[in-house]
Design a protein around this ligand. Structure first.
Ligand SMILES: C[S@@+](CC[C@H](N)C(=O)[O-])C[C@H]1O[C@@H](n2cnc3c(N)ncnc32)[C@H](O)[C@@H]1O
Length: 263
């Protein structure tokens, strides 16, 4: 990988590019007037991270560009500000001050909504196993600066951990979070948003295991919540109860945390 900017970057963009070059342990090269293709040939690499005033985007040869974007969080927070409900928050029984572990953070749209709802007294930690996603999402959450104040403040409160979720859950004490939330990649890539289709190219597609859910139930104080596509059957296989099942809608399901004697 190399890191570069647009031609004639401002000092703030250059500083951001330096920061990302350190994070990715990749050389920062001057863009000059070179095209992406020319840079690929010059530096013999498929991956170019381009930093501009809009943020960072990864141009990987043969793939769509990948970049952080708050995605659905923007309009979901606006709806919540108007007093509407959000099904994910209801399924998780979220209240201000809650601690939420989002075990599959991806582009962090759900995590941002959790951060909005749990507020300043709450805590949202997201886990992502794929380093490119984890680092670009962490960077985006820290730098994104358009949208409402509520959206930006929520983004800044989300903490991203780069790890496999099972490994991380195993290292956590009992009852460390009120809710542990999973939104694994849908097995069928039907009518997904542009954001998720670019994520899919880089994401971990492994299926959730019973061992992971057992750990999540130990770490959760209240419940473990799973989100699946309309045709998902994982909740049935893993013993979750559908929160609400409507045709053509994503399925949220839950399983209660383990009681002390069950741990
Ligand atoms: C469908 S996306 C999550 C989307 C997210 N809820 C959002 O609102 O943007 C699933 C993410 O979980 C990550 N993932 C899958 N298995 C994982 C694991 N074992 N540990 C950590 N992250 C994992 C994938 O790489 C992907 O980025």
């Amino acid at each position: 990988m190399i890191v570069t900017t647009g031609s004639e970057p401002k000092s703030v963009v250059l500083a951001h590019a330096h920061e990302l070059a350190t994070i990715f342990d990749a050389p920062l090269v001057s863009r000059g007037e070179d095209s992406i293709e020319k840079l690929r040939g010059k530096y013999q690499t498929d991956d170019i991270l381009i930093v501009t005033a809009k943020g960072a985007r990864l141009e990987r040869k043969g793939q769509q560009a990948f970049f952080f974007h708050p995605n659905t969080a923007s309009f979901r927070i606006k709806r919540l500000e108007r007093g509407d409900n959000d099904t994910m928050l209801s399924a998780c029984q979220i209240s201000p001050g809650d601690k939420v572990l989002d075990a599959t953070i991806g582009l962090a749209a759900d995590a941002i909504v959790f951060a909005y709802a749990t507020g300043e007294a709450g805590q949202v930690v997201g886990i992502e196993s794929e380093p490119v996603i984890a680092r670009l999402v962490r960077d985006g959450l820290a730098h994104w600066d358009t949208g409402t104040q509520a959206l930006i403040e929520a983004m800044r409160r989300v903490q991203v951990e780069e790890s496999d979720h099972l490994q991380m859950l195993q290292s956590m004490p009992d009852n460390s979070f009120d809710v542990v939330y999973f939104d694994p990649m849908f097995q069928q890539a039907v009518s997904e948003s542009h954001g998720i289709s670019t994520l899919r190219q880089l994401a971990n597609n492994k299926v959730l295991t019973e061992e992971t859910i057992a750990q999540a139930r130990r770490v959760a104080k209240r419940r473990v919540v799973l989100k699946e596509g309309t045709t998902g059957i994982l909740h049935e296989q893993l013993g979750f109860t559908p929160y609400r099942k409507r045709e053509h809608q994503v399925i949220y399901s839950y399983i209660e945390a383990l009681e002390g004697s069950e741990r």
